[in-house]
Design a binder for this molecule. Structure first.
Ligand code: PLP
Length: 338
């Protein structure tokens, strides 16, 4: 039920660090999960079973499936401030107020990096303050990390939020996914981990996670786990040219840089067209998505008049923007926003 032990071992190192004491001390309960979604759902079910009266605090906005997941697990949802529509950045003051005002010991869902849909992440300093305040309040942080390596190109840097919480002694939960960073969407490969007080508790928690998995899907698929563990183990074997070629494209700066480059080009194009609006947020945001600030009506015009498709909240998938279409996109955005 817990899936590939090797894959889970290697996956924990990515999130918690190669030399993590938590791993050495066997304080992390972890199972292979059905990608990021499955990891979130397994945690939500675990939360409901062992903390039946608890709620989950979810950022506004968030990946829409978060609402479905915790709803179907029958965990009541509350929200906390995150995005500020006017600044198109983080509403840090309101976020901190919400953390302070939530009942002690609340559950908070945090995006570890490359927040979906806004592309707005707290700075390192802000993460430190969030972690501190959540510790004071005894809140539990559940990190959804669907894009490790996609935000900066460096999986270590993208795990910074989690590492800050660990330094502060939090017992966190974490959902990891290989759908985007390894392009394994169809394999449903990921991991759920929960940091425990000690090894004994970790054994018990893992056993309970497996009990939840058994009647739900019995056991996770093998193929994706083999791909991931083969690649992650081979990362350390430098004389295997074939593997290093794969690794070169994994979590690589190149992949993240291409998206970052497209952000710059899109913004420059809009500015060259003489758009009176500020498009600074396009380059400030991070990860796969650009939360453009366009209205649903403007998005409808892009679809109907220009055959450009995005979610109606104005979220552009930057992975779909290329040197070949960025000019066309900028022109169309300018047309519907001027
Ligand atoms: N969490 C967030 C924030 C996401 O954006 C996504 C993917 O869209 C997921 C989880 C789910 O990813 P997976 O395909 O691994 O289930």
């Amino acid at each position: 039920m817990g899936g590939s032990v090797k894959m889970v071992e290697e996956t924990l190192k990515l999130a918690y660090g190669e030399n993590s004491d938590l791993i050495k001390d066997k304080r992390i309960a972890a199972v292979q999960a059905l990608s990021g979604t499955g990891a979130c759902r397994l945690f939500a079910d675990f939360q409901k079973r062992f903390s039946p009266d608890s709620q989950i605090y979810i950022p506004v906005p968030t990946w829409s499936n978060h609402h479905n997941i915790w709803r179907d697990a029958h965990v009541p949802q509350r929200t906390f401030h995150y995005y500020h529509p006017e600044t198109k950045g983080l509403d840090f003051a309101s976020l901190m107020d919400d953390i302070k005002n939530a009942p002690n010991g609340s559950f908070f869902l945090l995006h570890a990096c490359a927040h979906n849909p806004t592309g707005v992440d707290p700075t390192e300093e802000q993460w430190k303050e969030i972690s501190y305040q959540m510790k004071v309040k005894g809140h539990f942080a559940f990190f959804d990390m669907a894009y490790q390596g996609f935000a900066s190109g460096d999986p270590e840097r993208d795990a910074k939020s989690i590492r800050i919480f660990l330094e502060d002694g939090h017992l966190i939960g974490c959902a990891q996914s290989y759908a985007k960073n390894m392009g394994l969407y169809g394999q449903r490969i990921g991991c759920l981990s929960v940091v425990c007080e000690d090894e004994k508790q970790a054994v018990a928690v893992k056993s309970q996670l497996q009990q939840l998995a058994r009647p739900m899907y019995s056991n996770p698929p093998v193929h994706g786990a083999l791909i991931v563990s083969t690649i992650l183990v081979s990362r350390k074997i430098h004389d295997l040219e074939y593997y290093s070629a794969i690794i070169g494209s994994l979590f690589s700066q190149g992949m993240a840089d291409r998206i970052i480059g497209m952000r710059t080009t899109l913004r420059e194009n809009l500015e060259k067209l003489g758009s009176p609006l500020s498009w600074e947020h396009i380059t400030k945001q991070i990860g796969m998505f650009c939360y453009s600030g366009m209205t649903p009506e403007q998005v409808d015009r892009l679809t109907n008049e220009f055959h450009i498709y995005m979610t109606r909240n104005g979220r552009i998938s930057m992975a779909g923007v290329t040197t070949g279409n960025v000019g066309y996109l900028a022109n169309a955005i300018h047309e519907v926003t001027k």
